[in-house]
Design a protein around this ligand. Structure first.
Ligand SMILES: [Zn+2]
Length: 276
């Protein structure tokens, strides 16, 4: 293994026609992957894939946007198809059974999404679902894969730090998927033991340059979040794990390291964090 796509979704329907080819072309180039579950069916599908391939791992969990029924705009996700999500409640026993598979390496993605939220009620629901998933992560002794997205007026990171704080020391050092918070939040999360994934966005905007430079390299891992938000030069196309190479190239530039060093260090970090 040379490189790792630490947060991807090749189990999603966007890959129904050519999933095997997509996974194999990454694996053939020494790129491993973690397929991240977002609700029951995508968690089950992620676990199905780990049986089929070496170098492919999974997480299981309930994404905050799946706590309520809503439509997701295709433009925002950078992929052609929009989708309507079903409302789901976190069912501990269902997810625990999946989580016990040794190739399930984390619980999530779970957390807060205030970008699409309307009201206090859904925030409370998101917190409840998060706490349930923290409990499960402690129970099965696996880290969390956290999704956190603020709105213009509401800092989801502040609430996340408050919600997770009491569990630090009991949960395994966890991962903040695609960190988009402030430097202050980054400092607090580093102190709480978090590592951070960065993906395609860093290849085409400069908004994250400073925070990437600031976070210690031992706490950085790379991802695609495929099928969403493909890196340059593939913008607007369906994303896939192979393109994590482009993220690694950009990370090398930002961290003033060679491409080979970035591959080696982020691979080592991924293995350490997820006990692979
Ligand atoms: Zn994701």
């Amino acid at each position: 293994m040379k490189l790792f796509d630490a947060h991807t979704h090749t189990q999603f329907s966007a890959f129904d026609k050519d999933r095997d080819a997509v996974i194999k072309r990454a694996l053939d180039q020494g790129i491993g992957m973690i397929n991240v579950g977002s609700q029951k069916d995508t968690s089950v599908k992620a676990v199905e894939l780990v049986q089929k391939y070496d170098g492919v791992y999974a997480t299981v969990g309930l994404h905050p946007i799946h706590l309520e029924k809503s439509y997701h705009d295709p433009g925002e996700l950078g992929y052609e198809k929009g989708f309507t999500s079903r409302a789901e409640e976190f069912e501990h026993d269902f997810y625990k059974k999946l989580a016990l598979n040794p190739k399930v390496v984390a619980i999530g993605e779970c957390g807060f999404d205030y970008y699409r939220t309307n009201g206090e009620e859904i925030k409370v629901m998101q917190k409840q679902a998060l706490v349930c998933q923290i409990d499960l992560a402690i129970e099965v002794s696996k880290p969390l894969m956290i999704h956190c997205r603020s709105s213009k007026t509401d800092n989801a990171y502040a609430d996340l730090i408050k919600a997770i704080g009491p569990y630090i020391g009991r949960i395994k050092p966890s991962v903040m998927h695609f960190f988009a918070g402030s430097h202050e939040d980054a400092d607090i999360l580093v102190d709480m033991g978090f590592s951070f994934t960065f993906g395609g966005v860093i290849t085409f905007v400069h908004d994250y340059d400073k925070v990437v430079k600031k976070i210690p390299i031992e706490r950085i891992i790379i991802e695609t979040d495929a099928p969403y938000v493909a890196p340059a030069p593939f913008r607007g196309q369906r994303n896939e794990p192979l393109y994590v190479k482009e993220v690694a190239k950009k990370m090398a530039e930002l961290k003033n390291m060679t491409y080979e060093e970035i591959c080696e260090v982020t691979l080592g970090n991924t293995k350490r964090i997820f006990s692979i």
